[in-house]
Ligand binder design. Sequence first.
Ligand code: NDP
Length: 298
Amino acid sequence: MIVIDGRKTSVDLKNELKADIEHCRVATGKIPGLAMVLVGDNPSSQVYVRNKAKTCKEIGIGAKVIEMPDETPQEKLLEVVAGLNLDPDINGILVQQPLPSHIDEFTTTLAIDPSKDVDGFHPENLGQLLLGRLDNCFVSCTPFGILELLTRYGIETTGKHCVVVGRSDIVGKPMANLMLRKDDAANCTVTVCHSLTRELPFFTRHADILIVAIGNAGFITSDMVKPGAVVIDVGNNRIEDHDAKSGFRVVGDVDFRSVSAVASAMTPVPGGVGPMTIAMLMKNTVLSFKRMNALQGP
Ligand code: NDP
């Protein structure tokens, strides 16, 4: 069984981006800039934004973190986003979710210039993805990272049956559309399952490539997986662990121990899909910089 190592792949990717950013700097005298807006004091969001800013610094992207209090009115947030849309030093804008309950997330997403929407959440980017026009859009970082892993590990996709479990707007739906594209790195027959799917194991057992994003610790067991399948585990669930110093540990949606005995390749949790998500955010920011400066390259 091949362990698809997202940690190592993300390090490789970040090193490649670092070299690419240096080329960009030499060619234009500028560096890519990513703005991150954090509203409120959600501790997880603070950690995510801090980690993203740290990664920016490591590879040479300029990070601008804008912290706003929890009681920030929606209009004020939209004003800040409008300013970032016009800022020539900013190539990517990210408004960290979840937002406080009085702020509408969709309205905020709509306010971001699609050409700076490096999270790939704007309907325009989702629409372009649906049309298979990846050259014209930003793809949501988690599914984009999974595609990168499949490609770098040489996983054959054409004609395969890909089953995506989970239909969220940021993981399941974009993932299914990526795998459906008419492209050598896709060309799958795609089935999407969700919480109301009847006979879920029937579908998962017919998957050549099984991608699980449901948020339910260890839900997929070996009896639900076809022998030889490639299994991608997006889940990121905290479970109690009295032996751990923190009192918890992070596990996926797939029971790694039993499923690794039947799968041909699989991502672990932690160290699989997770590290790729931030790396792909960096990739999207560099991509945006290149598009805005009419530079060649992927
Ligand atoms: P959401 O909660 O938005 O969506 C979950 C989806 O799973 C829904 O479509 C839901 O169905 C479906 N679902 C829930 N339970 C079942 C079940 N028992 N059987 C079949 N389908 C089910 O989650 P996200 O997509 O945002 O995230 C999914 C998981 O991935 C979470 O653990 C999250 O933490 C993780 N994640 C990890 C990331 C990373 O970088 N590693 C990034 C993003 C997410 P329905 O629509 O019917 O409710």
